[in-house]
Write a protein of this length. Structure first.
Length: 175
């Protein structure tokens, strides 16, 4: 079904709006997958806060023009599905990596993060990036460790004194 000019403008505006607020983007070739498989990917993506869209490459190029993902422009060839992380940088990578493990025909071609094009083999590293909550908890544990060790060290002095006095008492009672 051919799109008229107004529909094309709407698609470009929608993808451009999503791309401006996204943290990372992934382009993958979906040739050979069924509609049910793509629907499954979309459901998983929606649960993870990832925007997934199949867009004609010419429209995708126009939509990504004034965004951090303009670096993906040259790689948009063939049937591509675009996934944008809306909540954290690794969300799209986690969804796409899990889907690619189950489906051999689904191949990641482009990864963009912070205006830089990454190698498709870096999807594992991007997928392992912590979420916001995980990063905050890691930071808090790092900040808490020195204080906790200081408190334990300070508490050790009276503890050692008590153990020494108890040992002296036991020695006197035994004598």
């Amino acid at each position: 079904m051919a799109l008229n000019f107004a529909q094309k403008e709407a698609i470009v505006a929608e993808v451009a709006e999503v791309a401006k607020s996204a943290y990372s983007a992934i382009g993958a070739e979906y040739r050979g997958l069924t509609v049910e498989q793509i629907t499954k990917l979309r459901v998983e993506a929606r649960k993870s806060g990832v925007y997934v869209r199949v867009v004609k490459n010419t429209l995708a190029r126009r939509a990504l023009e004034d965004t951090d993902f303009a670096c993906m422009r040259d790689g948009l060839t063939g049937p591509m599905i675009l996934a944008f992380s809306q909540e954290d940088p690794g969300a799209a990578a986690r969804v796409v990596e899990a889907f690619a493990k189950e489906h051999d025909k689904f191949q990641v071609r482009l990864i963009a993060l912070g205006g830089k094009l990454l190698d498709p083999s870096d999807i594992g590293a991007l997928a392992k990036m912590p979420t916001y909550d995980q990063a905050v908890s890691m930071l808090m544990s790092v900040m808490k460790a020195p204080v906790q060790k200081l408190a334990a060290t300070i508490n050790e002095v009276p503890g050692k004194l008590v153990r020494t006095i108890a040992a002296v008492r036991d020695a006197k009672e035994a004598a």
